[in-house]
Design a protein around this ligand. Structure first.
Ligand code: HEC
Ligand code: HEC
Length: 412
């Protein structure tokens, strides 16, 4: 992807002064339209317009913003996906199948074992049905995959495994922690071996949204897109609002058509000719705000109640994890890496260069959600999280208190 981006920046540099002025003008418009903080004190809309939410749901699930020009024309992903990726392989790299799109006859055939899951043609058939979560394929009359693009749902939706592992009803907003985005991108015949090696090194549930700009490989854990309605700033680094990031990802990572300009991080990307992103931001945001965190079920209630006392008391967690969202970002606070025992490198690439206290919600819903935790996934389990803080903050907790704290975290 780096090569393509360099080509694009070269093209970008070669624009006229008039176009630069126009780009700056549109950047101002972008920032204005990105403000999620209408209303006072970081508050979010109490009432969401259902029509806008419904529109946003369709965008979140199915809109590629014409990013096929990248995934098909540049990365040539139709070649491996159309000819060499069987459903078994697709499921193995974490792609999910939405069972609600499957006709009853196909469900019956699947149940009876009459579908060849080793045949790449079956993958193309699933794409034709729109059954692969977050992947939009166009298939011609000869059942050849001609175009492929991706949507937000690729990384931020999974399924409930109702039919089989990887096949079920959609769970929007849940991060797909088994999705190996890097391994999928590495199938592209347009990449060099060195580039493929980097993508292959990321592993499941991880993605680096800045690699194509700085060439540094520092993948982050794909976070949930639920439970964000009352969180003032998004990203591990609290850079800006939901819409700011939606536009960033839509244009600079999915490579949808539109313009994203932010001089604070030196990013200026224009994928043209048309702008298919900006006008969709309001609906997309409304949908994300409508997705509540899942209700916790898998925890011991008595232990969790004791753990809450530890969290707010000797654990000193509520020094930072405060308020209804359990984050002090709503009070305008961010933290230096050293303060929270994290590697500063990831934050260094962001607008703030600091870390946001992660709003704690939906931390434990196995099998879909069971870690890893922290931006880089350095804590594999909630127990590792607690141990991290015990060491960092010199906490004096008994084994019982630590276990109770873990149960409390599972209850959020
Ligand atoms: C290829 C995987 C991928 C795709 C596709 C993707 N994202 Fe993300 N998303 C990420 C990663 C990784 C982060 C974490 C980045 C960070 O915080 O530095 C993230 C962060 C976010 C956040 C911030 C969450 C928080 O806790 O602050 C939101 C909201 C979000 N994405 C929404 C979207 C939307 C909407 C789309 C479609 C326009 C989208 N994402 C497409 C991987 C993806
Ligand atoms: C000094 C502020 C501060 C204190 C004190 C603090 N945290 Fe955090 N917490 C953070 C920040 C900042 C992050 C994000 C770090 C990252 O992602 O690298 C975080 C992340 C987390 C996460 C990871 C969430 C996820 O989805 O990745 C958990 C769980 C957590 N903290 C629990 C706790 C517990 C339990 C305590 C008390 C023992 C605690 N925190 C104390 C600031 C704090």
């Amino acid at each position: 992807m780096k090569t393509q981006d360099r080509t694009r920046s070269a093209r970008h540099i070669a624009v006229t002064a008039g176009a630069v002025a126009a780009a700056i003008g549109s950047a101002l418009v972008i920032f204005a339209s990105c403000s999620d903080l209408s209303g006072s004190g970081g508050g979010r809309p109490d009432v969401l317009d259902p029509a806008l939410v419904a529109q946003g749901k369709t965008i979140f699930r199915h809109d590629t913003y014409a990013d096929e020009t990248f995934w098909t024309d540049t990365l040539r992903m139709t070649e491996p996906i159309g000819t060499a990726v069987s459903p078994k392989t697709a499921l193995a790299v974490g792609l999910k199948v939405d069972m609600d799109t499957l006709p009853a006859s196909l469900v019956a055939d699947l149940q009876a074992g009459r579908v060849n899951l080793d045949d790449p043609a079956t993958t193309v058939a699933l794409l034709k049905l729109g059954a692969v979560v977050g992947v939009v394929g166009q298939v011609d009359a000869n059942n050849k995959l001609t175009r492929v693009g991706i949507t937000c749902a690729l990384c931020h939706s999974t399924v409930d495994d109702a039919f089989a592992p990887g096949i079920g009803h959609r769970l929007d907003g849940w991060p797909n922690r088994t999705l190996n985005v890097g391994a999928i991108i590495a199938l592209s015949p347009a990449l060099t071996d060195a580039q493929k090696a980097v993508y292959n090194s990321w592993g499941p549930g991880m993605y680096d949204p800045r690699f194509n700009f700085d060439g540094k490989s520092m993948p982050a854990v794909i976070p949930p897109a639920f439970g964000l309605r009352h969180v003032a700033k998004e990203l591990y680094t609290g850079d800006d609002t939901v819409s700011y990031w939606n536009l960033y990802v839509g244009v600079t990572q999915m490579h949808g058509h539109g313009t994203f300009v932010d001089p604070r991080i030196g990013v200026s990307v224009h994928n043209g000719p048309e702008n298919l992103t900006t006008a969709k931001l309001a609906a997309l945001r409304a949908y994300q705000f409508s997705i509540e965190k899942p209700t916790a079920t898998a925890f011991d209630a008595a232990a969790a109640a004791r753990g809450k006392v530890v969290f707010e008391g000797v654990g000193t967690c509520s020094t930072c994890h405060v308020g209804a969202q359990l984050t002090d970002v709503n009070a305008g606070k961010l933290h230096a890496a050293s303060e929270v025992g994290q590697d500063p490198a990831y934050a260094q690439r962001s607008v703030t260069k600091l870390y946001r206290t992660t709003p704690l919600r939906g931390l434990h819903h196995p099998p879909q959600l069971a870690g890893p935790y922290f931006h880089d996934g350095s804590a594999k389990t909630l127990s590792d999280v607690v141990d991290h803080y015990v060491t960092l903050r010199g906490l004096n907790l008994t084994a019982q208190q630590k276990a109770d704290l873990v149960e409390y975290l599972k209850s959020l």
